[in-house]
Design a protein. Structure first.
Length: 132
């Protein structure tokens, strides 16, 4: 559970296809969003707000979601994460931290992982108009 700078409360649902639910400030009905307008699944195992941006940890990567534009970017192991499972998120005034790991083929335990640090200023540099 997290809250964004607009006072909206966000809840993530475990599997990516189950999406997120949001309760906007001064409203009484929850809204569920399964995917972004560019078809990124929004559910996951962890959620954190960084200003007005929502960060979602999934068992297949990290989703950066702009609810104002209803667009998302998914970052995966092939794009530099040290694993494919995002197990926890933490937001500070300047950074977003993600705990990430992955399993060896055959399920013999985790064989890689680490902490990912994203500077919150980097979120402001995303060219959302180029996201499809």
């Amino acid at each position: 559970i997290t809250a964004d700078d607009n006072g909206a409360v966000w809840v993530v649902h475990y599997k990516p296809e189950r999406g997120v639910s949001v309760l906007h400030a001064n409203e009484t009905a929850w809204q569920t969003r399964l995917t972004s307008s560019n078809n990124i699944k929004l559910g996951g195992v962890g959620i954190a707000a960084a200003g007005k941006t929502i960060i979602i940890g999934q068992q297949s990567g990290l989703v950066i979601y702009n609810p104002t534009l209803d667009k998302a970017i998914k970052v995966t192991e092939s794009q530099g994460l040290p694993g494919y499972i995002v197990s926890d998120l933490y937001v500070t005034a300047s950074d977003i931290w993600a705990s990430v790991y992955g399993y060896a083929p055959g399920g013999k335990g985790s064989d890689r992982g680490g902490l990912v640090k994203i500077n919150r200023n980097a979120l402001e540099q995303i060219n959302w108009t180029a996201v499809h």
